[in-house]
Structures are given as C-alpha cells and as structure tokens.
Write a protein that binds this ligand. Structure first.
Ligand code: ADP
Ligand code: AMP
Length: 214
C-alpha cells in the first residue's frame, strides 16, 4: 500500500500517518522529520533546509526530491509506505510519479486530511514535538503522560520554531499557493480520498482505515 498524506500544516497528517504505519506495518516517511533530524545532527542539508523552514518557506525541490526517491528505494519500502509532507509541490508530485512509473508502479491513495485554517493556529500553537524521535503531542488534545518529556524516548518536548503564530500564517499561505493544487492533481488521477480532519484523532483514523479497507 503506497499512500501520500495531504493537508495543511497542522491538519494531523503526521498523527494519522504514524497510526497507519503502525497498523499496516509500513514505514512512515516524513520529510519534515528528515530535515529536523538533519538540523539536529548539524549536517549540510540541515543547515540549508533550516534557512527555509525557519521562514515558513518550502525547502527547494532540488534538496527534497532525490532524498525521498532514494529513501523509497530502500528495502523496507518494498511492501509500501506512507509519505507525510511529501509531495508538497506539483513538480515534486510529478517527480514521484515519474520515479514510480520507471518501476511500473504507482500510488494507491492520496488521503487529504481537511481542516479549515481557523482551526490550524490552535493546533500548531499547542503542538509539542520531540526532535529526537519525531513523536508529536498536543498540550490539550494529546498531552504526553510525562509532561514536557517524550513518552517514547524521554527527550525534552519543544514548540517548533516554525509553529510560532507568525510563521504558521506564512506556512498556511505557502500551503494554499503551492500544496493545495495537489488535491486536484490526485483527484484527476482518481486516487484522492478526503476525510474530515476536525474530528477526534480516533474518528479521523477510523475514517481513513475505512477507506483503505473498503
Ligand atoms: P501535521 O503533520 O499535519 O503538521 P500533526 O499530526 O503534527 O500535523 O498535528 C498537529 C497538532 O494537532 C499536533 O499537536 C497534534 O497532536 C494535534 N492533532 C492532530 N490531530 C488532531 C485531531 N484530530 N484533533 C485535535 N488535535 C489533533
Ligand atoms: P512538516 O514537518 O511536514 O510540517 O515540515 C516542516 C517544514 O519542512 C516545512 O514547512 C518546509 O519548510 C519543510 N518541508 C518538509 N517537507 C517538505 C517538502 N516536501 N518540500 C519542501 N519543504 C518541505
């Protein structure tokens, strides 16, 4: 099963992608997590990506596409994967389709987690992230049982720099301009499935598994 998650920043893509990956035993590939881990480890890619991420801008396609295509060539992706945060532009989607076509392969589903902009700022200001293992919490909707420490790995949870309200507004603008067109792109391919992302996490998950198992 090869799935891409679509939706505004903070819509709940990562939350759902982790649950889907666990249930169907496929890797969860988040380009945001890959960039954040590179930043944490002080790599050259991390240094370049940070310049864009801190401004709420997309990292250029040249730094993003090959990274993902290489990742998809790894053995654990043979029986499928869930992509979270990629593609984010039409050229990225075309590059992904092109790479899959070379292997006579294609995506199965593009799952769009639909959340209106007015709900997004609350979601993002309450998000707490573990930069070590990628786990995500929300101070109200999904708090860590260990307070400000990650339940999974014990690292300190942080408010991401790009989750501050002024950057969130910028990211929403970038989403509408550059990423939202992917909804039409995948609708034309006949693989778009939209779920109401304003429901509880469990209800969103039930809606998605209902689609994947239909
Ligand atoms: P994305 O990956 O789309 O940027 P996340 O999965 O990180 O979004 O979710 C953004 C924030 O909203 C997180 O703090 C998460 O815990 C919270 N969240 C996710 N899904 C829901 C939901 N259905 N209801 C309430 N809060 C949610
Ligand atoms: P995310 O964790 O998905 O919210 O991504 C955080 C940030 O990483 C984004 O705001 C972008 O700056 C960058 N990023 C993640 N994925 C991509 C992508 N596919 N293309 C370009 N930039 C990306």
């Amino acid at each position: 099963m090869k799935i891409v998650m679509l939706g505004a920043p903070g819509a709940g893509k990562g939350t759902q992608a982790k649950m889907i990956a666990a249930k169907y035993e496929i890797p969860h590939i988040s380009t945001g997590d890959i960039f954040r881990s590179n930043i944490k480890n002080g790599t050259e890619l991390g240094r370049k990506a940070k310049e864009y991420m801190d401004q709420g801008l997309l990292v250029p396609d040249e730094l993003t596409v090959d990274l993902v295509i290489d990742r998809l060539a790894q053995d654990d992706c043979k029986k499928g994967y869930i992509l979270d945060g990629f593609p984010r532009t039409i050229p990225q989607a075309e590059a992904l389709d092109g790479a899959l076509a070379k292997l006579s392969d294609k995506l199965d589903y593009a799952v769009n987690v639909d959340v209106p902009d007015e709900n997004i700022v609350n979601r993002m200001s309450g998000r707490r992230a573990c930069l070590k293992c990628g786990a995500t919490y929300h101070v109200v909707f999904n708090p860590s049982s260990k307070g400000d420490v990650c339940e999974v790995c014990g690292d300190k949870l942080v408010l991401r720099d790009d989750d501050k309200p002024e950057t969130v507004q910028k990211r929403l603008g970038v989403y509408h301009d550059q990423t939202q067109p992917l909804i039409d792109y995948y609708a034309k391919q006949g693989i778009l499935k939209t779920v109401d992302g304003t429901q509880s996490m469990d209800d969103v998950f039930a809606a998605i598994t209902g689609i994947l198992e239909a």
